[in-house]
Structures are given as C-alpha cells and as structure tokens.
Ligand binder design. Sequence first.
Ligand code: CDP
Length: 228
Amino acid sequence: MKDIIIAIDGFSACGKSTLAKALAKKLNYRYIDTGAMYRAVTLYFIEQNIDYTQTNQVEKALANIEISFQNINQQNTTFLNGENVESKIRQMYVSEQVSPVATISAVRRAMVQQQQAMGKDKAIVMDGRDIGTVVFPDAELKIFLTADPQVRAERRHLEYLDKNEHVDMQVILDNLNERDRIDSSRADSPLTQAEDARVLDNSNMTPTEQMDIVLDWVEQVQTASNTV
Ligand code: CDP
C-alpha cells in the first residue's frame, strides 16, 4: 500500500490525538502532535518572560527553540531544548496562553516549516488546526473532527483526573470555548474545515467505533491512490 499523509483537524479536546495515535500505531506511521509544538513555544515564552507582542523578542526566541519528540514508555513525549516538557505543556497555565501565541505569524511560519519537513516522506498522521488547509493541502486523507462542547470538556476533565489533577469543569469548558473562538477567528491560518475534509462527529462514539470508520476511509483512499 502506498504511504499517505493523514491530516486531522478540529476543535479543542475533540479526540484528535487519541485517534491520531491509534491510527499511527495501526498503520505503523509517524504521529505528530502539532498542538504540542505550539504549547512548547508558549511554555518557552512564559518561562523566559518573552513579551510576545514584540516582534523582535519573538524572532529571537524562535531561533533558540528546538522541539522534538521521543517515544518514552510507548508515550509520545515532547522535548523543548532537550527537556522533557510533556507534562508541563498540558497544564492549564499553558492552555490559557497557547491560542494567543498561535495567532503570531512568525510562530506559525516556524512551526509549519518543521511540520512540512517531517511529512516529506509521507507515512505520517498529523493533528492540529491547519494541517489539511495549510501544512498539507494535498494530504491524501483529511479528517475534520467535531464533538459536542460538553462532551469535550468532560473528556478533558477525565484526562486531568487520570493524572491526579483536579481542574474545575467550568474552567475547562471556558478554556475550550475561548481557544476555539481565537483559533477560528485568527487572521493567519484559522481553524476551518478543508473543502475536501471528511467530517466526523464523535460525540457519541467510542474510540473503537471512530477508528473503524477512519480505517475504512484509509482503505478507500489507498485503493484510489494505488489505481492512479
Ligand atoms: O489537545 P487540545 O485540543 O487541547 O489542543 P492542542 O492540539 O494541544 O492545541 C493547543 C493550541 O495550539 C490550539 O488551541 C491552537 O491555538 C494551537 N494550534 C494551532 O494553532 N495550530 C495547530 N496546528 C495546532 C495547535
């Protein structure tokens, strides 16, 4: 079967990474969590006190940021300049700053360039907000995930509880809504559904049910591209 690029976009906490990880494992593809990259940049800005309204500070900071991923105990783990930042970047103080940071064009340019380089050999599943529209407009399979906001907040709440962290449901819901608002309305690469994306509302689906649907789509796309 021909290697393809699978782009998964959608709103905050609608299960993109759960799907992307499982799919990558099944197909033996690379998985890239682009949200983790924007979160790592945000963490750097916070820790280094970068005033991200100042272009020169942002440009200088970006030149000093190196983001990479490693598989540790079967978990995709994010590194920022050699430090494992996987748990820090998921904290609410990062979630509260990440969408404003992700509106900055210089930040997006730097991230998109790295993401495109990661996908040059295909065989990749990448999730984010602009993957099917900007990073890989020619991706063979584009998926746009949606889910009911209350369901998304409950899922994120459970993820925090799993890590023994209690974050108030309302705080989570407000953060998801606010990020969706900023992500969808920004000037540079707003979150929108690519015209050729397949839409999946997984509000009432288990991960297995959603995986079965998507594997059918992968098969359809691979069959089509093998006959071209
Ligand atoms: O996992 P969750 O849905 O909470 O979000 P994420 O995928 O970790 O992304 C965090 C934030 O990064 C988003 O709310 C966007 O502001 C930004 N982002 C983006 O602008 N473009 C991407 N390709 C991925 C994430």
